[in-house]
Design a protein around this ligand. Structure first.
Ligand code: CP3
Length: 347
C-alpha cells in the first residue's frame, strides 16, 4: 500500500507526529559495510554499474537504521557519461571528465534518447530495490540538475565557484544553453526510466544552484527544474518530485510553486524558523541538520535535531541533513540522530 508509506504521506502534505527520515549519501564510506562491498566491486563506477552490489549498498543503511527511504545508488555524473563524456574518479580528489569548451565538443555528444544503453544497469538496480524493500520504505530515484551537471561537463571536474561554467555562460551563451537543454532532455528520459523501473519519488540535486544569482538562477536553476518536473508529471501522473537548489538562500521562497516540485530540500545555511514561515507555507520541506554533527555528535547533535524537528512541526517535513554525510562521520552519531527524531514528541 504505497499510500501508507510515511515519506509519501509527508510529500502529499500530511503533517506527521514523527517526521520520516533519511540521509543524503546514506550509502557511503562512513559505513564499514559500504567499504567492504566497494572493495568487492573494485572502483566506484563498477559499483554503480553492478546492480546486485549497488542495490546491496542502498539497502545497508536501511538495515542498520531503518530509514524511511532508500535512495538508488548511482551518481549524477553517469548522465554525462551516457551522453558520451569520458568519466573517471581520482582517489582522494574526485571526478574527472572530458571537457566541453567549444561547439565541436558539444557536437560529439549523443542525443538524449541514446542514454539508455549505458544506463540500463541503473534501471536494473531500481528494479531490484523495488522488489526487495519492505512495505514501509520509499524508493527514491535521482539525477543531477542540469546546471550542476553542466558545471562538471564544462570544467571536467569540480571547481571552486564553478568559474569555467560561468565563463562559458558569459562567453558563449548559445553553446551553454544548448548543453543545458541536452542535459535537461536526457534527465527527463533518465528519471522517467527510473520511475518505470519502480522509483516512487525522484530528487533533483542542484548542488551548485547557489552560484547562480538573480535572473541567472531563474533561467538556469529554476526553469530546468520546472521543465523536468512538468514533463515527469505529464508522463507519470502523481509522481512526487523533490527539488534541491542548494545554496538558493532567498530563492528558496516560492521555488516549489514556481517549479511544481512537491518538496524543497533545504541546506544547512537556511534557518529552520525562517524556512517554516517562508518556504514550508507552500508544502513539504526536507532538511536541514548540518552534516558536521554526524562527525562531532554529543548534546549539540541532540539539541540541534530537536530544534529542527520542532521548527518544522506545524507543516509537512522530511528530516534529513542539509547536505551529504561525510566519510569521517561516526555511524553511532547517525543512530543518535535517528533515535532523537523518533523519540522527540511533537507539539
Ligand atoms: O545519497 C546516496 O546515498 C546515493 C548515492 C549518491 C552518490 N552521489 C554516491 C557517491 C548521490 C545521490 C550522489 C550525488 C552526487 N554526486 C552529487 C550531488 C549531491 C551532492 O553531494 O552535492 C554530486 C555533486 C556528485 C558528484 C560526485 N560523486 C563527487 C563530487 C564525488 C567525489 C567526492 C567524494 O565524496 O568522494 C562523487 C563520488 C561519490 N558519489 C561517492 C559516493 C558514495 C564516493 C565514492 C567512493 O566510494 O569512493
Amino acid at each position: 500500500m504505497a499510500g501508507q508509506k510515511k515519506l509519501l504521506r509527508a510529500l502529499a502534505g500530511e503533517v506527521l507526529e514523527v517526521p520520516p527520515i533519511w540521509m543524503m549519501r546514506q550509502a557511503g564510506r562512513y559505513l564499514p559495510e559500504y567499504r567492504a562491498t566497494r572493495g568487492k566491486a573494485g572502483d566506484f563506477l563498477s559499483l554503480c554499474y553492478t546492480p546486485d552490489l549497488a542495490a546491496e549498498v542502498s539497502l545497508q543503511p536501511i538495515r542498520r537504521y531503518g530509514f524511511d527511504a532508500a535512495i538508488l545508488f548511482a551518481d549524477i555524473l553517469l548522465v554525462p557519461q551516457a551522453l558520451g563524456a569520458d568519466l573517471w574518479f581520482v582517489t582522494g580528489e574526485g571526478p574527472r571528465l572530458s571537457t566541453i569548451t567549444e561547439q565541436a565538443d558539444f557536437d560529439a555528444l549523443k542525443p538524449a534518447a541514446a542514454i539508455h544503453d549505458k544506463l540500463a544497469p541503473v534501471y536494473e538496480t531500481v528494479r531490484i530495490l523495488a522488489r526487495d524493500l519492505s512495505e514501509e520504505t520509499t524508493l527514491i530515484g535521482f539525477a543531477g540538475a542540469p546546471w550542476t551537471v553542466a558545471t562538471y561537463m564544462i570544467a571536467g571536474r569540480g571547481t571552486p565557484a564553478q568559474a569555467p561554467a560561468h565563463a562559458l555562460r558569459e562567453g558563449n551563451v548559445a553553446l551553454f544553453e544548448a548543453l543545458l537543454e541536452r542535459i535537461t532532455k536526457a534527465t527527463i528520459e533518465y528519471l522517467s526510466a527510473q520511475i518505470d523501473a519502480g522509483a516512487e519519488v525522484v530528487k533533483l540535486f542542484d548542488s551548485w544552484a547557489g552560484s547562480l544569482k538573480g535572473e541567472a538562477f531563474d533561467k538556469y536553476a529554476l526553469a530546468p527544474c520546472r521543465e523536468i518536473t512538468q514533463a515527469l508529471k505529464a508522463r507519470h501522473p502523481g509522481i512526487p518530485v523533490i527539488g534541491f537548489p542548494r545554496g538558493a538562500e532567498e530563492k528558496y521562497v516560492g521555488f516549489a510553486k514556481a517549479t511544481g516540485v512537491d518538496c524543497v530540500a533545504l541546506d544547512q545555511s537556511v534557518d529552520a524558523d525562517w524556512a517554516a514561515a517562508n518556504v514550508q507555507v507552500d508544502g513539504c520541506v526536507q532538511g536541514n541538520l548540518a552534516p558536521e554533527h554526524m562527525v562531532t555528535g554529543g548534546q549539540a547533535l541532540v539539541d540541534e535535531t530537536r530544534r529542527i524537528v520542532k521548527a518544522f512541526s506545524n507543516g509537512p517535513h522530511i528530516f534529513n541533513l542539509g547536505h551529504g554525510i561525510t566519510p569521517d562521520a561516526d555511524p553511532e552519531n547517525v543512530q543518535l540522530m535517528v533515535d532523537t527524531v523518533r523519540g522527540t514528541a511533537r507539539g
